[in-house]
Design a protein around this ligand. Structure first.
Ligand code: HEM
Length: 398
């Protein structure tokens, strides 16, 4: 038993998310530690602070971001070829496995410096281990009888966990990586490995879920899709030029696609719950919250607060046009969390979503017979659909 305060509305969140008092993660994250050790996501105090300072430039320096765009284009090309095969028959299919293989290839190449080949079904052992271990950790978080290490280690699920760990760590030891481009002299090989594992965890399933939901929203809102096709036509034209890779300038001009991505992340935030631990007593709405209390932030509900989003369940990308979002509380929209412990990969994630989605839109029309009401959601570590989103992909007419 431990005390929890849960946030379902943005009011008061500022006290928790900004400032430096509540930066440590709750015990729920402890089960990630055998895998991620104390990398950026799970560390705290001075270790977190110095790592964050060392890693941040990798996500802001122009030269590094341009290298990422090359990787994004290359892996997306392969993804589009694989999707094209499905476009030849008009049957609806679940795009998620193909999207997840693509985002895994992208983060591997960006973080580790070599291709893992998930899309080509190479290194299946590592790829399957990453998928399985995420599932196992989630099951453990929800099963108090599996919390004590000695019981977990004896149970079949614990033995599978350890087997996956061995495969994953043997693989990521080979990483020479993202951080190489940075101030590597500050980090030992073990330090680098825990960050690579962290990026593999945080950087592939989150974007895969976001891209899958966005495809579904595009497929089920044909008026939105038409506007997106128009935007692509304006940026890439029609004809020979429309096969060329995306440039950074192209990505910057995808304003409407950015609204669509943001609105999808509002309705379907990839990380539906964030949890911290109060490091000091604080006052919330006149109540004293004691140090040691777990703070659970229900991003999914915060994003559907009618006070900040009239008709909150309606998919309306225009909410993110500059004139409509002006004045909205920054704590009413937190798909990447907020404050100094926010998502370090958010720029990368947005670039990735834009490259993959624009490449799909340039070639195809997406359709679905399902509505958002048909999708049963499961709030695991990542927000997923229990019912598969079935989408058909047809070559674009113009
Ligand atoms: C749509 C995609 C993404 C979403 C919605 C997302 C969301 C988040 C959220 C909510 C957090 C805070 C988690 C917490 O406090 O428990 C976070 C942290 C983090 N994310 Fe992301 N993320 C995405 C993509 C990425 C990518 C692509 C990378 C890597 C390239 C990444 C790397 C990280 C890392 C390392 C942290 C920990 C940061 C720290 O504690 O200093 N994320 N992300």
């Amino acid at each position: 038993m431990y005390p929890i305060i849960a946030f379902f509305h943005p009011e008061g969140l500022e006290v928790v998310l900004s400032g430096t008092k509540n930066l440590s993660k709750s015990p729920d994250y402890d089960f990630l530690q055998p895998w991620l050790k104390t990398g950026l996501l799970t560390s705290s105090g001075s270790k977190w602070k110095s790592r964050r300072r060392i890693i941040t430039p990798a996500f802001h320096e122009k030269e590094i971001l341009n290298t990422f765009v090359d990787i994004l284009n290359e892996q997306t090309k392969l993804f589009i070829n694989l999707i094209e095969k499905n476009a030849q028959n008009n049957n609806a299919f679940n795009m998620y496995p193909k999207i997840a293989a693509c985002t895994l290839d992208i983060i591997c190449e960006s973080a580790m410096g070599f291709t893992v080949g998930a899309q080509l079904q190479k290194n299946a052992e590592y790829v399957n281990a990453v998928v399985s271990i995420t599932d196992i950790i989630f099951k453990r978080q929800r099963s108090p009888w599996l919390w004590p290490d000695f019981i977990f280690k004896l149970a079949p699920i614990g033995r599978k966990h350890d087997k996956c760990l061995k495969i994953i760590h043997t693989f990521t030891q080979k990483a020479n990586l993202l951080l190489k481009q940075m101030h590597q002299e500050h980090l030992t090989l073990n330090d680098i490995q825990e960050e690579v594992d962290t990026f593999m965890f945080e950087g592939h399933d989150t974007t895969a879920a976001a891209i899958n939901f966005t495809c579904f929203m595009i497929a089920s809102n044909l008026d939105v899709q038409e506007k997106l096709h128009e935007e692509m036509k304006q940026i890439f034209g029609i004809g020979d030029d429309d096969e060329r890779p995306c440039t950074m300038d192209d990505l910057k001009s995808m304003n409407y696609l950015e609204c669509v991505i943001k609105e999808t992340l509002r309705l379907y935030p990839s990380v539906p719950i964030i949890a911290r631990i109060a490091q000091e007593d604080f006052v919330y709405c006149g109540h004293k919250i004691l140090a040691g209390t777990t703070i659970a932030i229900f991003v999914y509900f915060i994003h559907r607060d009618p006070k900040h989003y009239p008709n909150p369940n309606k998919f309306d990308p225009d909410r993110f046009l500059p004139e409509q979002s002006a004045g909205r509380s920054p704590f009413a929209y937190i798909p990447f969390s907020a404050g100094s412990r926010n998502c370090i990969g958010q720029r990368f994630a947005l670039l990735e979503e834009k490259v993959i989605l624009s490449s799909l839109l340039r070639k195809f029309s997406l359709k679905t017979k399902q509505t958002s009401g048909d999708l049963r959601l499961a709030a695991e570590i990542i927000l997923r659909t229990e019912t598969e989103a079935m989408i058909s992909v047809e070559p674009r007419k113009n």
